[in-house]
Design a protein around this ligand. Structure first.
Ligand SMILES: CC(C)(COP(=O)(O)OP(=O)(O)OC[C@H]1O[C@@H](n2cnc3c(N)ncnc32)[C@H](O)[C@@H]1OP(=O)(O)O)[C@@H](O)C(=O)NCCC(=O)NCCS
Length: 271
C-alpha cells in the first residue's frame, strides 16, 4: 500500500459505512504498513499492520469489497500480513463479519470494545479529589508514553509521539505527579477522544469529561474498553453505544501493568 492507494482504499471504507477520511488513512499508513489486493488494476481489498516493539503488532483496516467477498481474498491478505509479522503476537478488533476468518487463523477473544458516538450534550463537572488536576500536556511531560506502554502491554512510544503531533493532550496529575492522559484529534465525522490512559475509572472519566466539555454540541467518538464500565456511563451521558467489536489476540496476549489502564483506544485499528 502506498499513499497513491489511499483514495481507492477510502472508497472501500465508505462502502462499509466506516467514517475514515483520507487523512485518517494517511495517519495509519504513516504509522505502519499496508497490503492491497487488486483485480484488473482496481483496488478490491486492504489490510494494515502496526508494529510495537519487537514482540507485538496490531492488524486493522481489513476490508474486501462486497462484490469480491467470499473468494478467499480476505484470507490471502491476512495470511500474507501474518507472515510478514513473524513471531509477534498480533492483536486486532474484530467485527462480526471478520470473526470467522480470524478464528480460523488462530485468533482468540481477549476483550470487548464499545463504540460510542454522537453529538455531545450537556456535560457534568468532573469529580476530582483534592490533589487531582487535569491540565494541558507540557514539555516536561516525558513519562506519558511509558504509561501508555505499561497500560497496553506494548511499546507505544512511537505511536504516542506521532499521535501527540496530530492531537491535543491533557494530563491527569495527582499531587502534581502525572498519572494519566487523554488525547483529542480530528477523526471521521468529527472528533475522537483517543486514547485515554488512566490509573482508575474516576480519573479516566475526568479526562473524558474535559474533552466532552470542550466539544459540546459537536460530533464526538470514543472507543472504550470494558475497563471500569465506561460504556454504561457514556450511555447515561447521552453518548450512545452504536456497536461493539471483539478484541482478539494470536499469540500470548499483551499484559498490562498495575499503574495505568487503557480506557479508550487510539483507534479500533491501532488497538
Ligand atoms: C471480513 C472480510 C475482510 C473477509 O473477506 P473475504 O474475502 O470475504 O474472506 P474470505 O473469502 O477469504 O473468507 C475467509 C474465511 O471466513 C469464512 N467465513 C466467512 N464468513 C463466514 C461465516 N459467516 N461463517 C463461517 N465462516 C465464514 C470463509 O468460509 C473463509 O474460510 P476458508 O478460508 O477456510 O474457506 C470481509 O467480509 C469484509 O470486508 N467485511 C466487511 C469489513 C469488515 O468487517 N472487516 C473486518 C474488520 S475487523
Amino acid at each position: 500500500m502506498t499513499v497513491l492507494d489511499l483514495p481507492a482504499a477510502m472508497e472501500l471504507s465508505i462502502e462499509q459505512q466506516w467514517p475514515h477520511r483520507n487523512e485518517d488513512w494517511e495517519l495509519f499508513l504513516k504509522l505502519g504498513e499496508g497490503l492491497v489486493a487488486e483485480r484488473d488494476g482496481k483496488l478490491i481489498g486492504t489490510t494494515m499492520a502496526w508494529c510495537f516493539g519487537e514482540d507485538m503488532a496490531t492488524i486493522g483496516m481489513v476490508i474486501v469489497s462486497p462484490a469480491a467477498q467470499g473468494q478467499g481474498i480476505g484470507r490471502k491478505l491476512m495470511e500474507e500480513m501474518i507472515r510478514r509479522l513473524g513471531n509477534r503476537t498480533i492483536v486486532l478488533n474484530a467485527t462480526e463479519e471478520g470473526l470467522p476468518l480470524y478464528q480460523k487463523l488462530g485468533f482468540v477473544e481477549t476483550g470487548r470494545v464499545y463504540q460510542h458516538q454522537g453529538l455531545v450534550k450537556d456535560v457534568p463537572l468532573a469529580e476530582l479529589s483534592p490533589g487531582d488536576r487535569i491540565r494541558p500536556k507540557g514539555k516536561a511531560d516525558t513519562s506519558l508514553a511509558s504509561f501508555y506502554g505499561a497500560a497496553s502491554g506494548m511499546d507505544r512510544r512511537a505511536l504516542f509521539d506521532t499521535l501527540a503531533q496530530e492531537s491535543r493532550t491533557v494530563v491527569y496529575t495527582h499531587d502534581n505527579v502525572p498519572a494519566g492522559f487523554a488525547m483529542l484529534r480530528r477523526f471521521g465525522r468529527g472528533w475522537s477522544i483517543a486514547p485515554v490512559v488512566a490509573p482508575d475509572s474516576t480519573s479516566a472519566k475526568a479526562l473524558i469529561l474535559h474533552w466532552l466539555a470542550v466539544k459540546q454540541r459537536r460530533f464526538c467518538r470514543i472507543d472504550v474498553t470494558a475497563e471500569g464500565d465506561l460504556s454504561g456511563w457514556l450511555d447515561s451521558l447521552g453518548l450512545p453505544c452504536v456497536g461493539s467489536v471483539r478484541t482478539m489476540a494470536r499469540g500470548p496476549a499483551p499484559v498490562s501493568g498495575p499503574e495505568a489502564k487503557v480506557f479508550a483506544l487510539a483507534a479500533q485499528a491501532l488497538g
